[in-house]
Design a protein around this ligand. Structure first.
Ligand SMILES: NC(=O)c1ccc[n+]([C@@H]2O[C@H](COP(=O)([O-])OP(=O)(O)OC[C@H]3O[C@@H](n4cnc5c(N)ncnc54)[C@H](O)[C@@H]3O)[C@@H](O)[C@H]2O)c1
Length: 500
């Protein structure tokens, strides 16, 4: 046993989502006592024996039925069931192999319990996440429509799709620099609202266009300097595009990840102080997350006073990063003459001609929606089938090598506390289970441990004893070659402690 504490009726260990092949007798689930005694242990072992027999019988029955119905070919077992919110691009949904996955926005159309949630902008409520859900994926970068903190406490990884819409935003930023530099919008409006109504005939319109064009002159962006604040997925692409357009690039990102640093073009001037960027930039592009107290009103009166008086501000990140009131005041005082191109409205600026507002179009391209949905689907499949975690906003990255041939995997989400990992591996060692490889990562209060074994573990015994012996475990899954053997088949061997 792992420790003195045993599985108790009050300890809220619940059996998640077991639907088919392996079913632990109800007697085993909540019948254990607070303190282990010899008679309790005998009772436990008897229950485990009963569970093993039941599993063997059911397993045989399913295998027989399977081979009869499938003729030995194709997968005919239970599917992983994905619940969607919002209209998700079919390109993403088609990633799920039919038969092995069932996807629907309507619970009643899923053949069984929800095992993952896929959404775009739906504001997910905690009550919409049943205990059978193992992960949530947002098709997009931001996850503020998901109760991430609550999901973390429940041991549910939340995924996003970093970079999937970055090219779409980058292209709009390039357009933003162009509309700030050339009066494309003023010229178009003048042709439509002044020249056409006044001249009416083609010849006259053509002549008037030539006459009035001088009103809408501009400057080129080549040779100018763009200051990029935030050099992540979007910022990095903006740097590349600006260099390709013969601009100079100054970049600032004090929290740059190692991966992002490798992706950055060499020929940008990286500065460690925003003042250096403000002093040089003709355009400032914001590509940082909105973090209250950190990036809130990053561009304000003080920042603007350190910039060139004609600098254009491009905000395709979040409205709150720019203090519109300060921009308005600077414009009115005549100390700033640039344009503010933004994907967000600002209550202090309104309909000023120097404020060019798009209706949050940054990621609104077919390609971005397809990329996001495809990436979210792949992340979900990887997690459900192998336990790998990538692109999670609340879990550590744990990218797993393939399981050894014929191997078995135990994936455990637990509190990030000292001694938990050691107690799990000691327990398995005491059971005579050989660990062929193991990985562990932690992030904040949560840790995730994956252990591969070369021999088939007695899952019922292990899950019961591990859960009773190690209260820091939040959830536990067994994963095999999920569509090819009976171990970790969708709907089996998934346990969560938090429900009920
Ligand atoms: N307009 C749209 O439709 C749209 C679409 C996607 C994303 N966005 C916004 O763009 C932002 C950036 O997206 P991304 O995909 O590039 O994210 P990302 O996480 O890849 O990059 C953000 C970068 O900002 C850096 N950063 C954090 N705090 C900083 C600070 N105080 N100063 C400088 N750099 C800082 C980080 O280190 C990171 O490299 C998102 O947070 C989102 O708000 C908007």
């Amino acid at each position: 046993m792992l420790g003195a504490q045993s599985l108790t009726a009050g300890s809220n260990v619940v059996l998640g989502n077991r639907r088919s092949r392996y079913v632990t007798p109800k007697s085993l689930r909540f019948r254990l006592v607070t303190r282990s005694t010899a008679s309790d242990e005998v009772e436990l072992l008897e229950s485990l024996l009963a569970a093993a027999k039941e599993r063997k019988e059911k397993g045989n029955a399913v295998a027989d039925a399977g081979s009869k119905s499938s003729g030995g070919s194709g997968y005919e077992g239970p599917s992983f069931n994905i619940k969607t919110f919002n209209a998700i691009s079919p390109v993403g949904l088609q990633k799920y192999p039919s038969g092995k996955y069932s996807v629907s926005g309507d619970d009643s159309k899923l053949p069984g319990d929800q095992m993952a949630i896929m959404l775009r902008s739906h504001k997910l409520q905690e009550s919409e996440v049943p205990k059978t859900v193992r992960c949530i994926a947002r098709c997009g970068a931001g996850t503020n429509n998901i109760p991430v903190k609550e999901m973390t406490a429940k041991g549910i990884p939340v995924f996003n799709t970093p970079g999937a819409n970055a090219n779409a935003v980058k292209e709009l930023v390039v357009a933003g620099m162009l509309v700030a530099s050339r009066d494309l919008l003023g010229g178009w409006k003048h042709t439509k609202e002044v020249i056409r109504p006044e001249e009416k005939e083609y010849d006259k319109i053509a002549k008037r266009i030539e006459k009035d064009k001088a009103k809408f002159g501009g400057v080129e962006i080549a040779g100018k300097t763009v200051g990029v604040i935030g050099l992540g997925q979007i910022g990095m692409r903006v740097c590349e595009a600006a260099l390709a357009l013969d601009m100079n690039v100054v970049g600032f990102d004090p929290a740059l990840s190692v991966d992002a640093a490798f992706r950055l073009p060499n020929n940008i001037n990286k500065v460690s102080n925003l003042d250096d960027l403000y002093a040089k930039a003709d355009y400032i592009c914001l590509h940082v997350p909105y973090i209250p107290g950190v990036t809130h009103h990053l561009i304000d009166e003080v920042a603007l006073s350190k910039c060139k008086p004609g600098v254009h501000i491009l905000n395709f990140a979040r409205g709150e990063i720019v203090n519109g009131e300060a921009l308005n005041a600077k414009r009115r005082s005549g100390t700033w003459s640039g344009k503010y191109v933004s994907d967000f409205a600002d209550e202090f600026i309104g309909d000023e001609p120097w404020h060019i507002v798009f209706p949050h179009l940054g990621a609104s391209t077919e390609e971005a929606e397809e990329n996001s949905a495809a990436m979210a689907a792949e992340t979900i499949m990887s997690f459900l089938q192998t336990g790998s975690i990538k692109n999670s906003v609340n879990f550590p990255e744990v990218m797993l090598p393939p399981q050894p041939l014929g191997g078995y995997r135990i994936a455990i989400t637990h509190k990030n506390e000292p001694g938990v990992l050691g107690s799990i591996t000691t327990y398995l060692g005491d059971k005579g289970i050989n660990i062929s490889q193991q990985m562990n990562g932690s992030r904040g209060d949560i840790a995730y441990t994956v252990i591969d074994t070369s021999t088939a573990p007695d899952a019922d015994t292990i899950q019961a004893e591990l859960l009773q012996g190690q209260p820091a475990i939040i959830s536990l899954r067994f994963i095999g070659d999920v569509f090819n053997d009976d171990f970790g088949t969708p709907g089996t061997f998934f346990f969560v402690r938090w429900a009920e």
